[in-house]
Design a protein around this ligand. Structure first.
Ligand code: NAG
Ligand code: NAG
Length: 154
């Protein structure tokens, strides 16, 4: 039990420590702009954001969270669900913005601070093995469904 908790902390630390590295790497790169979009269903569309054609432009969909979408959300142990404003940032919006702008990529962010603005979105694995296995398969399905280009861990 203690060992698996320790292992889980290790895995989470690896994720937290490894993913910021590329982000820091691009800070010095003036040719890349990243924008989180879609959190808290605020009715924002891709077309509200001016896109400079001379840079790499990444929209980061915020967020997929491993909680269910009931009115008092419960953790789903690594089974990530779509919480970004998927009415205004749908599969067809994503393909049309990418078709119109060859410099645009759309990626997925896992995590965020809160679910439905009021509930803390901490990872709450039921077990290490199920969390890891679900946390591979469910974002993979979302990426395929929405034809996304990458993953960010928030
Ligand atoms: C969302 O945007 C549409 C179109 O701009 C507008 O008609 C609608 O009132 C907005 N809804 C909200 C909840 O802000
Ligand atoms: C966002 O989606 C809702 C629901 O489909 C729609 O009523 C609204 O007009 C959309 N907002 C914009 C800005 O297009």
């Amino acid at each position: 039990m203690e060992m698996s908790k320790l292992f889980l902390s290790f895995v989470i630390c690896q994720v937290l420590f490894f993913f910021p590295v590329p982000m820091q790497g691009v800070r010095g790169n003036a040719n890349l702009f990243r924008k989180y979009i879609g959190s808290e269903s605020k009715n924002v569309t891709f077309y509200d954001v001016p896109i400079n054609p001379g840079i790499q432009f990444h929209f980061v969909l915020a967020f997929a969270i491993d909680y269910d979408s009931s009115s008092s959300p419960s953790p789903t142990s690594g089974r990530f669900n779509v919480f970004w404003d998927s009415n205004n940032l749908s599969h067809s919006h994503i393909s049309s913005i990418k078709n119109q702008h060859s410099n645009v990529k759309v990626t997925l962010s896992l995590g965020g601070d809160t679910v439905l603005e009021n509930y803390c979105a901490d990872f709450q694995p039921f077990s290490v093995d199920t969390w890891v296995s679900n946390a591979v398969s469910s974002p993979t399905s979302i990426i395929k469904e929405y034809n996304l280009d990458g993953i960010d861990i928030d």
